[in-house]
Structures are given as C-alpha cells and as structure tokens.
Design a protein around this ligand. Sequence first.
Ligand code: EPZ
Length: 462
Amino acid sequence: MKLLTTLHAGMGKKTALWQNRGSDFLDKYVIRGGKPLYGEVEISGAKNAAVAIIPAAMMVDGVCRIENLPQISDTDKLLQILSLMGAKVRFINPGTVDVDCTSVRLSNRIFSLTKQIRASYYLIGSMLGRFGEACTTMPGGCNFGVRPIDQHIKGMKALGASIEIGRGLIQAKAAGGRLHGARIYLDKVSVGATINIMIAAATAEGMTIIENVAREPHIVDLANFLNSMGADIRGAGTDVIKVRGVQKLHGGAYSLIPDQIEAGTYMTAVAATGGALKINNVIPRHLECISAKLREIGADVQEGGDFVVVRREGALYRANVKTQPYPGFPTDMQPQITTLLCLAQGTSIVTEGVWDNRYRYVNELRKMGAEIHVSGKTAIIEGIGHLTGAPVAACDLRAGAAMIVAGLCAEGTTVIEDVVYIERGYQDIVGKLRAVGADIAAISEPDDEPDGNENRALDDVG
Ligand code: EPZ
C-alpha cells in the first residue's frame, strides 16, 4: 500500500500507525520524454481540503469518517499527529479513514511532525476550539519567500486568545477557556487564515464575521465538512463568512472534493505532450480558469458532468497569465503553465500575484533549455518549441510537478531528484502517468547521508 512507502523522509524509524522502510532512501523519477498521453486519469481528493479537514476533525466528539482522502505524505503526517495526541485513527480502505478524537489531549510528541508541514498551523485553530488552548511549533519552512501568519494570529487574538511565539513554538490560551465571536477583517486575502479562523470560531461563543476572506473551493469544502458535523457556517465561497459558534460538533461522514490542482496538472501535462486525456472525478467549475487558459494556448478542453477531456494536436500559442486568489488563475498551477509556455510560439508573460518568490524552479527548467527571464514577480518566457531532458530537482511540490510536465514532453531522459516534495501532494503520480502512456519510473537509492533527508523534509511547504 502506498501509505507505507510515503513516510520514509524525515520521519525517523517506525510509528505506531504506519511503517516506513526502516532506512533512508532517496527517490528519483526517471522520465523518457516525447510520448503523447492517451487514456483516463482518476483525480484524488483535494490535498488542501484534506490538510484543513484532518485538523478540524479534532473538534469533533465522536467518530468522523473522512472519504476520498488523498494518499499523500501530508495527510499521513497529519493523521499521525492526531494519533500521537490520542486519537483513534482507523483506515476502512486506503481512501477512507475513521478518526475518533474523543480522547485527544495536547502533547509535545507532535513537534517533530508539526514543523515539517505548513498546514500544521491549522492545529492552532482546532486546539483552541477543542481545548481553549494550543501548543504547536511554527509551521514548516518557506521555500518561496516569506510566508507570514500574522493574519492567523490577528484572527485568534480577536477571538479572545492570548498568543506567545518564541523558540519555535506557538502557545495560545483563550481567556476563560473558550473563544468568543468577533468581527475580523483580513488585511490580506489568505486561504490559511480564513480556514484557521473558521475552525476556531466553529465552537466559539457567539457570532464571528470574517471579512475579505479567500474563496477557494477547499474553503467551501471545509465549511461543508464542519456544517455536516453540526457547525453553523454561512457565506463560504463569498468574501464574507459568518460563523455562529455551537457548543459541540458531532460525528458524521464526509467526502472530500476532488483536487483542482492535481487535475490542472494532468490537463497541462497532456497539453504539453499532445494526445487526449479524460480526467475523471473533477468539478469542471473549479477548473474553469485553467481550462480557459489552456484553450487560449491551443488545447481543446471539453467539460462533462464530473470529467474534462483535454486534447492537443496542433501548435501551442503564447499567452499571458496572472495568478490570483480564486476564482483567478491559481498560483499552485504557475510552475506547470510556465513550463507549457516554453513550448509555445512567441513570448509569454507570467505574473505571480500571490507569492513573492515562486520562480526557484526556473533554474531547473533552464537546464532543459528553457529561455526564461525573471524579474521580481514577472517571468518572461521565450517559446522555444521543445525542451531537452536533463538531471533536475524538485524545489517544492508544484515546482516538482512542473519538472514532470517538462520531462514528459522533453527530448531524451530527465531525472528528477527530491521527489519527496511531489509525493506530499500527488497520489501515485508515477502509476497514474504510466497508465496513460508515459515512460516514467520511480527509482530508490539508499541515502549515504541520512541527515540530508531530514533537512529536506524540514524545508517543506504546503
Ligand atoms: C495555501 O497556502 C496553500 N496551502 C498553498 O498551496 C497556496 O499556494 C496558497 O494557499 C494560495 O492559494 C495550503 O492550503 C496548505 P495564503 P497559505 O495564506 O494558506 C500572505 C501548494 O502547493 N499572507 O493564502 O499559506 C502570503 O504571504 C501550496 O499546494 C500574509 O501576508 O497561503 C501570501 O502572499 C503551496 N499573512 C498571501 O497572503 C498571513 O497571515 C496568500 O497566502 C497569511 C498569508
């Protein structure tokens, strides 16, 4: 089972729930490019919904069944965190897990895991909601610029928590043991702050109104999850969310939405290689901005009820792309679309509108022949029609996805290192691509320097 193999990096030896491989391995992907993709791909549950919903499950009294859970290392780690806190975590099948948090308590045993993943910041909201206090580490390090959490902290303080940050720890305490409702205006549209405040406010006393919130599909999914467990949240998907706090959340079952970015990555991959892919288990509405941009670049995208079909036979054309919060073009698709534009005719301009520094992967693409000039948040891409295989590294999750897209369409062999990043967010990407005709294989080599893996995992993002 994949779950047993995604945990080796930075995870120490054995855990109570999952086994790792017992020694440190370095995984690489080897791609022989130039093969068009044909067939069907099933999209997994949304990573960024899962990493919010698992911490939120801590607030639930009783058994919470989560379905359509992606089997990726980020969800593995969050489930391990709950388990170390005393939750009973039981897999019904690889995509369905029962989590019973009746007996959870604060524990410093989680710290080695919380500092590996970005989404551990959601534990601040869920611990405050559950216990009236929270103690966790600062979330995983940044590798595309500064990633502040000031809006999370502002929200928790408005809800009545005092917060201390020092020596890598975040400690919070609700005055009187329970948070209270408040009116909060986010100075910056932040997915993470919106989610964290929604989680904390779900069991706060009274009404919370959060203004200027993010509208991503996984924010709506989290609200639907919490509401199905007894919360009272309205307005998710608009820019004002109202949360009427309830005393308790109760158990129930919830199925996650499909992953918008995983789907967009396969759509971009077939646009790059040529061929025709039916991409199943998607919500086409969530993909509209990606579909529109791919059509502009030269792919044919047809939408069905829960699938899209992407075909590309002819030339690719230049385009300009600006990433923005939803419903704009997602920043998490920026490296993949930049890679595609390397194959187009003419000069394209990509503007990163969310993160300060999300172009580290450009150096890797240059090793494959790409001609890209980066200045601040702008990348100017000279379309050169083709890429050439080379040894490259995955600098982060979506950078890694871009290297796969590049390797699939490149002439010759591409070897991608540091694929531990990719496995954080893409369930069985090698198996899914092989099934549609890609020549891609994962190889594992023993790591002579075990500390290297740990350092990379601590430099994780999400
Ligand atoms: C989430 O990160 C995603 N991660 C990211 O996906 C995604 O890139 C990002 O949203 C934007 O869509 C998860 O859901 C776990 P933000 P998050 O708070 O919540 C600034 C992937 O590849 N900001 O919406 O951390 C911030 O600097 C990952 O799947 C503040 O100024 O992002 C950025 O410029 C990578 N203060 C902007 O807001 C804050 O307190 C948006 O960040 C918080 C954020």
